[in-house]
Write a protein that binds this ligand. Structure first.
Ligand SMILES: Nc1ncnc2c1ncn2[C@@H]1O[C@H](COP(=O)(O)OP(=O)(O)OP(=O)(O)O)[C@@H](O)[C@H]1O
Length: 464
């Protein structure tokens, strides 16, 4: 039976006034396709007409009496409405604000043995059986800017990904100065949304603050509509109080101030606040991306090739800006001048092994050359000693000198097992020579009476 047909001519808007509907939990007499809202004629004032999609009369028994009731299918189901209201409330309304407070976290500094930043301890990582990192150890502290260098595929990005928790090491630890450390990662692909305005883009950095602001607004709206339901009003007021305390902890009122202060630092005039991100060049989008990251006040900043695709002016701006920050930083860059301007320490990864050199890139190049030289000299000296000992053993042989021969053998064992110095690995430098050639003159190539053809037997051979 089509209940809607039966209702034809009934003006629902005049019959049902805004309000909440009653729910006849699982009443089997209401057709399943009709949403089980029902109101008896005496309760008809409690349904919101704007929500009504279909409705119909039906008979039911209440307290032994047969009553005519109305089944109503609503646009928004009762369950959804109920869920919407419930979604406004925090999981725990105990008001444990401190536990949720970001930025004011309990510091366990010292417990890990790292006062600030992070330390990599014996990190190893292989991909498909190929070892990329072998017992890699180094650290970065507050005020330090570490440049990660190495040839393509040396494992630089892998180290950043392990620090950021995007990859797991096979063995070893990343020791952090505190739990829940905020680690920011600026990669070559700047994370900006082209459809946002500049101000909206910066606002998106305050995800938690924006969530609280949005929830506060929803609770406020719900409160205005809940004037007839005192229980709900009470719950909403409690929720509002909780949210307001969280907003205070997060300095919600300061968000706009922070953005207004930051924009000129990044070169954005107040006038461009409402311009779309899409209308800015890559360099300006990088500024937004970096700005958003630093607005979150990270404990560690990871930068992977930040200067790629940037013009010279923006690179210089970036150098100046990063130089003023004392947040621990790890930078991967093939731009030596950039590393020279910023780095306080260089960590080189070569054949899976890392070595730390104090200073900037140029200082690293000199120190590395000196290290290779010293290492080579030490290796050569040890090789001579090994050869000499071997020679001595073979000459002493058995007999009266056997005692001395055996002590030399022990010495050789010690040299070969424990203290053997590794020969420093030096990559072959590619040498490209362009021989001097005289000027070619005006005519570079002249072809005269050239003929070309194939013999019949050659054509046949090619066919097979
Ligand atoms: N998820 C993966 N699966 C398989 N191999 C990987 C994976 N990630 C990295 N590798 C390999 O590990 C090695 C190190 O890669 P990584 O990106 O860390 O090097 P890189 O030093 O950053 O190189 P580049 O300077 O070219 O960016 C490379 O040989 C790479 O192919």
């Amino acid at each position: 039976m089509d209940i809607t047909t039966k209702l034809r001519g009934v003006d629902l808007r005049s019959s049902f006034l805004p309000g909440r509907a009653l729910l006849p939990a699982g009443n089997p007499r209401i057709p399943p396709k009709l949403h089980p809202f029902w109101v008896s004629p005496s309760q008809s004032g409690r349904i919101c007409a704007s929500l009504v999609k279909r409705a119909g009369f039906y008979s039911t028994r209440r307290k032994g009496r047969s009553v005519r009731a109305v089944a109503v299918e609503t646009v928004v189901s009762e369950t959804e409405t109920q869920d919407d209201i419930e979604s406004l409330f925090s999981e725990s309304s105990s008001g444990d604000v401190a536990a949720k407070k970001p930025g004011k976290k309990k510091s366990n500094s010292g417990a890990s043995g790292v006062s600030s930043g992070i330390r990599l301890e014996n990190i190893s990582k292989s991909f498909k059986g190929a070892t990329v990192l072998r017992d890699v150890s180094w650290e970065v502290k507050k005020g330090e800017k570490v440049g990660l260098v190495g040839v393509n595929g040396a494992g630089k990005t892998t180290q950043l990904r392990i620090i950021a928790g995007l990859d797991e090491p096979d063995s070893g630890n990343v020791v952090k100065a505190k739990e829940n450390m905020k680690i920011a990662f600026l990669s070559q692909e700047f994370e900006v949304c082209p459809r946002r305005t500049v101000r909206e883009e910066f606002l998106s950095a305050f995800a938690e603050e924006m969530e609280i602001a949005g929830r506060l607004e929803k609770v406020q709206n719900a409160l205005e509509k809940a004037t007839e339901d005192l229980t709900l009003m009470g719950r909403l007021l409690d929720e509002m109080d909780l949210l307001q305390r969280r907003a205070q902890d997060l300095d919600l009122d300061e968000v706009d101030v922070k953005i207004s202060k930051l924009m000129p630092e990044y070169g954005f005039a107040p006038l461009v606040s409402d311009r779309l991100v899409a209308s800015f060049s890559g360099g300006w989008q990088m500024r937004m991306s970096l700005g958003k990251i630093l607005l979150q006040e990270p404990d560690l900043l990871l930068l992977d090739e930040p200067t790629n695709h940037l013009d010279l002016d923006t690179i210089e701006w970036l150098e100046g800006y990063l130089n003023k920050q004392d947040v621990p930083m790890v930078i991967i860059s093939h731009d030596r001048a950039f590393l020279d301007q910023l780095c306080t320490k260089i960590v080189e990864t070569d054949m899976g092994v890392s070595r730390t050199f104090p200073g900037n890139y140029s200082e690293y190049v000199l120190a590395k050359a000196a290290w290779v030289e010293a290492q080579y000299a030490a290796w050569e000296k040890q090789q001579k000693e090994i050869d000499h000992t071997k020679d001595l053993i073979s000459r002493l042989g058995a007999g009266a000198n056997s005692g001395r021969a055996s002590s030399e053998e022990k010495k050789l064992e010690r040299l070969q097992e424990g203290g053997q110095i590794e020969k420093p690995f030096q990559r072959k430098q590619m040498k490209i020579r362009f021989p001097e050639r005289g000027r070619s003159g005006r005519t570079v190539l002249m072809i005269k009476n050239l003929e070309f053809g194939l013999r019949f037997d050659q054509v046949n051979r090619n066919d097979h």
